[in-house]
Design a protein around this ligand. Structure first.
Ligand code: NAD
Length: 288
């Protein structure tokens, strides 16, 4: 990929903090977007571990960065070091985008909004819908919280009984109270309940790591559970087409892959930092 990039003494800084960051597609995607839009900024990855997080937040502010993205393991810890949080980031308990404005570091979460924008682009609005979300980690909590904020009538979360289960059990009461959605947490081991829930849902989302490289032959949903009339989405974007998306396509259903969500959350981040409109289709062609 060849791009003309002029870096000067006034070039602005944005980036990604977390650990590891070396495998991230974000620097390449934002760089391509800035070059296309003529935005004079660089996007760099900074390997920041939890014991460096407080210093990194202060350092990026002092150096005059425009803002930055936040990935694991910092996402759920950075809130306490920021000056303000958006309502969504506060409810999700996670921040993936920070903007530094008027001397304040403000935390947002664009993962959930990126997910919703991606399915809206396919003609599916979560308002009034019943949604089954499998997975309640970083991506899952962003998705279930955002669909509740955007008016889903009922959200059924399935997760295995790990640490994410406990955190979710503690959080969903507040999300339900703030949004008015009915929200429940169910054990992923109860496959009968999962099959029934999918049959009763308008939208099914996989927000677990299942199906992600290298385990591309794994899927938590049987093909015969996927009936006509529902949208099936995956947050996993490596591979671009997971086994779940392949099974849904084989049943003729509308599908939303993780790359679309990734591009939409990236676009929302750039809008927060620069007020620009990201060339999403251009990036999709470049990175698909
Ligand atoms: P996480 O570590 O925060 O959460 C992992 C989730 O997967 C938990 O719910 C966990 O219980 C579940 N899980 C893990 N192994 C499992 C198994 N064997 N069986 C059942 N459940 C299992 O991870 P995350 O940040 O939420 O990421 C999940 C996926 O979403 C990853 O593939 C990630 O790349 C993707 N993601 C995509 C976007 C996007 O913009 N498309 C954004 C964030 C994350």
């Amino acid at each position: 990929m060849e791009m003309n990039i002029d870096i000067s003494g006034t070039t602005k800084l944005v980036g990604l903090i977390g650990s590891p960051v070396s495998q991230s597609m974000s620097p390449a995607m934002h760089t391509a977007s800035f070059a296309k839009l003529g935005i004079d900024a660089v996007y760099l990855g900074f390997d920041v571990k939890l014991d460096q997080l407080a210093d990194a937040v202060v350092g990026l502010k002092q150096l005059g960065a425009v803002g930055y993205n936040v990935t694991m393991p910092c996402k759920t810890y950075i809130g306490e070091y920021l000056d303000e949080l958006s309502e969504a980031a506060d409810l999700m308990g996670a921040v993936n985008t920070v903007v530094i404005e008027d001397g304040k570091s403000v935390g947002h979460n664009t993962d959930g909004a990126g997910f919703v924008q991606n399915i809206r682009n396919l003609g599916c609005d979560p308002a009034g819908k019943v949604v089954t979300v499998i997975g309640a980690g970083g991506a899952g909590s962003a998705v279930y919280t955002q669909v509740a904020i955007d008016g889903a009538s009922e959200v059924r979360i399935f997760n295995q009984r790990d640490d994410f289960w406990d955190k979710t059990a503690a959080r969903i009461g507040r999300v339900a109270e703030k949004t008015g959605a009915r929200i429940s947490l169910k054990d992923l081991a109860d496959t009968g309940a999962l099959e029934k829930s999918i049959a009763q849902s308008d939208i099914l989302v996989n927000a677990t790591r299942v199906g992600m490289v290298p385990n591309v032959d794994e899927c938590l949903v049987e093909e015969e559970w996927l009936h006509e009339g529902r949208l099936v989405a995956d947050t996993v974007y490596e591979p671009h087409e997971t086994l779940l998306i392949k099974r849904a396509k084989a049943r003729g259903l509308v599908t939303a892959g993780g790359l679309g969500m990734l591009l939409q959350q990236l676009a929302l981040g750039e809008a927060i930092w620069f007020g620009c409109e990201t060339p999403v289709e251009y990036l999709e062609k470049m990175f698909y």
